[in-house]
Design a protein around this ligand. Structure first.
Ligand SMILES: [Zn+2]
Length: 370
């Protein structure tokens, strides 16, 4: 079968490979891939910044945002059936205490693997085989947007954990600030709106633009950082109970600390691999954190629970704003053969929100073998 792979560590090495179709064993599931979303992680792996091939392989199949349909299940599999639509989680556990408890997104040992990223092939291939515990069922009504579940799961984790942490007090959050209006920022806007908050979502480009339209379709307010910086936002709109940082620009994490309210939570989700230094008002920030009982929490990856919550919120979002999630998919690459187009869009298409690779014309209508 065909797959899109890179040679980890070698810049711009994305290429098409012919690799054996994975074999089904007892307790595993064969999935035909329908479409795969790509993001900055795939771009950075192709740049050679990180990424690791599976043991014994000299290439890594890319792709961690999957959507597919079960073709066949091995003996003993009961949780999923042929014909089911599924999304696979990304991380696979090591044997630390959190991983053993199924909380592999909270791994402390760091010896986990990740499909399409670290030590395991990803989903940009015609088929994959996986254990059912890592497959999350998606109802057919969500089949056009199910590919967005992996990025949504990241947001669900950050927000669910913030609410969990806030069980430390009586907390009725009203106002949220989302920094960034890429896929993660937009997803955070949706999830916070579904929770009934007044949401302000900030990105660089002034209105009008596609991102602003999507933000405002949820009833949130779009702000441009070119027109109004983060510092001072609290004076205009009041302090924020939740801030979700998803810009990829680390200095904003510290600016956000100056505008969140007493008892507030600041969720940091940007993976920033650089070496940027900034000067910060350390005494002021420290004092406000202390006197305001504030929490800053980092979040990465997501386990099955957050994918399942994502399915629920996707359904609620589709009911409340029909068709909105579908508008996140702005660019479609037809077929694995067009991997060069995928890389070009990832590297250069600034207007893109979600780029997906479609695996074959009419793939979504493939009749499953029963
Ligand atoms: Zn672990």
């Amino acid at each position: 079968m065909k797959a899109i792979a890179v040679i980890p560590g070698k810049p711009n090495s994305a290429h098409l490979v012919e690799t054996p179709r994975p074999t089904l064993h007892a307790g595993t599931v064969l999935v035909k891939v329908i479409r795969v979303g790509v993001d900055g992680t795939d771009r950075e792996i192709n740049e050679g910044l990180y990424g690791a091939a599976p043991a014994g392989a000299d290439f890594l199949v890319l792709g961690h945002e999957s959507f597919g349909r079960v073709v066949e299940v091995g003996p003993g599999v009961k949780k999923v059936r042929p014909g089911d639509y599924v999304v696979a989680t990304v991380r696979r556990p090591d044997d630390c205490i959190n991983c053993r408890a199924g909380e592999y997104d909270m791994c402390i040992a760091g010896n986990y693997t990740e499909r399409g990223i670290k030590g395991r092939h990803g989903y940009l291939s015609e088929f994959y085989v996986e254990a059912p515990t890592y497959l999350v069922n998606v109802p057919p009504t969500l089949k056009e947007v199910g590919v967005l579940l992996e990025p949504l799961s990241i947001v669900e984790k950050g927000i669910m954990q913030a609410y969990k942490i806030q069980e430390r007090l009586v907390w009725k959050p009203q106002r949220a600030l989302v920094l960034g209006a890429g896929t993660v920022g937009l997803m955070a806007t949706i999830v916070l709106r579904l929770r009934g908050l007044e949401v302000f979502t900030m990105a660089r480009t002034p209105k009008p633009n596609r991102h602003a339209d999507l933000v405002e379709a949820t009833g949130a307010r779009y702000l441009s950082s070119r027109e109004q910086p983060v510092l001072g936002l609290d004076e205009t709109y009041g302090r924020f109970d939740i801030i979700f940082e998803a810009t990829g620009y680390s200095p904003l994490a510290f600016e956000a600390m100056e505008v969140f309210g007493n008892n507030g939570v600041l969720i940091l989700s940007s993976v920033t691999g650089g070496d940027r230094h900034v000067e910060i008002p350390a005494d002021k920030l420290n004092l406000e954190m202390v006197l305001g009982n504030k929490v800053v929490v980092g979040t990465v990856n997501a386990n099955r629970r957050y994918f399942e919550r994502g399915v629920v919120d996707m359904q609620r979002a589709e009911e409340r704003w029909p068709g909105l999630l579908g508008r996140f998919i702005t660019h479609r690459v037809q077929g694995l053969e067009n991997y060069e187009e995928m890389i070009r869009l990832l590297n250069h298409e600034k207007s893109a929100i979600k780029i997906v690779v479609e695996l074959g014309a009419g793939a979504q209508e493939t009749t499953a073998k029963r």
